[in-house]
Design a protein around this ligand. Sequence first.
Ligand SMILES: [Cu+2]
Length: 660
Amino acid sequence: MAGRFFLAAAAFAAAVTSLPAPESVEATTFEYNGTSDDNTPASSALAVPVTVPVQSYGGARASSYRHGSAWLPFGASMNPRLSQEATNGRSPLGTFHAPKYPHWVSGDGTPLPQGRPWGPRTCGNTDPYKDPPHTGMTRYYDFHVTKQIVSPDGVNRSAIVINGAFPGPTIEANWGDWIEVVVHNDMQEGTSLHWHGLLQKETPWFDGVPSVQQCPIAPGSTLTYRFRADLYGSSWYHSHFSAQAAGGLFGSMIIHGPTDNAQYDEDLGPVLISDWYHSDYFDLVEQTMAPASAGLPPPFSNNNLINGKMNYPCQANDTTCTPNAGVARFAFETGKKYRLRLINAGAEALQKFSIDNHKMTVIAHDFVPVNPYDADVITLGVGQRADIVVTATGKSTDAVWMRSTISLKCSLSDGISPEAVAAIYYQNANTSAIPNTTTAVTQAELDFCGNDPLTKATSYFSITPDPNPDVTQNLDITFQSNGTHNLWYMNNSTFRGDYNDPVLLETNLGKTDYEPDWNVLNFGTNKSVRIVIYNHFAFGGHPMHLHGHNMFVLQEGYGKWDGSVVNAHNPQRRDVHFMQPAQSPTVPSYFVLQMDMDNPGVWPLHCHIAWHVSAGLYVNILENPKKIQQLQIPSTMAQTCRDWATWTGGNVVEQIDSGL
Ligand SMILES: [Cu+2]
């Protein structure tokens, strides 16, 4: 929907009604009392799309740069103008020195059962939700979170970094290890880190969402997270405090596990893909949360990065912008098979990833190994991952482009530089030469606002969900006015959290007086829950993320779900599904998820677009509150709240959004 945004329709009736607060937690059945069968939004008033000018590819200075690649000035080589320190601080990602990864972390001196840390478990023989290994090992990390000037694309800006690195350090562990991360908040605002995709079955208080499982970590304070690497594959961690992740506060997470569904020679590690903004995240949240009367568009991304790097077509005489800052570079050897861990770590954009002249084989979606399938382009919504294997079929002197393109049809880019590139050099290539390959990705592929068809990938370990779940709940996503602001609603309630009063800690104390705008859906002791989500918004999709679970994705489509299920005996599982835009204001899109309620806790179900969750597109799934009352929550969680209360006693917290 590039070029469009929504003016505050003063015509929006204040037709927004509140969700009834959930009742007691003594339930054996579903207690949530919101809209159930009706999939029409509360307000029939529709936003009016307004066209705003989007700049042309390359912007005003496009003619000064080589087109269609990396914004290299004419005559320049691929040798970067800026040092890695200047672009990315202490991160080695995107350089030839970036680490490659072994099949597991070794060297602990401990004997490995059957030669592997996870013993005889394979992708094919082990239900990861029931039988994760216990290795007895802990991987320790110490994170200092600060702000620092970096120039990932040559444009100087203050970003949020960890230990001086953007992107933050890569966490590495074996399946079944514990991961312990000491997080020091060295900023002048709260923070918290979420470990995307992990189940947190043993430690539901360490999921890292402020107002939900914890209070924010106060400035000057420290919180030590300790949790099991309970799934394996590729993921990332990121701040869940407002839109700090859009300011750079994220890094990748590699959890080694069995690979019997795929063969490869080398693991090149994370390929983080992120839309990028030249403004501070707080300014972008202010723009998002401005009153409708201000008539501001939502934020448009300014660039697109691979492993935190890209060039930018700088304006003449702009001393804060350096052309040819340097793009990410990878090394291939003819004939070898490489594993790449693609991660959409952005704020808003739907990404379309490809490698010129190379086929890709997808081996995992999120933390779920799949039966391998070939792809020319890979679609990733925010938060989604795809592990791929690429065979180096080129000649020894080849240099090719890797690309990730922001879909302009489905995302908000200012149009200047929506395509990130990285260079892949074969073993005898000249590494200062500019690749001259072209892409085979079609405009139709770029314009499609959805994931691969559900028929395409099946999970390698087959699980059949309960065909008759205890509860089926409808959720309607609408974009409406509350009278002054345009906000996102789920079943007519927009979310806003209370940093001082996390839902999990309240529930643990037996309190159930949740505020209506905490959007708590209490599913009691139900064993399996099906949720049908309808998106009534015709101008954009939503990467919907569920915490604490992999969800079964049963079906997607337009209109009203007819009850059909794709691959009913083994439907797709993952932790983010990109739901498509509505077909029209009167024909919603839908997707159907199902979850096994095997993890007592409070689990966010939300859109992963930073601006959407800031504006309330979020619900809390309350799972087995009785068991939550029995949890022995470590005292550090209460201490974190006391530290936050002390800090906020003397400082004003500018919570201008939902908090998340
Ligand atoms: Cu969204």
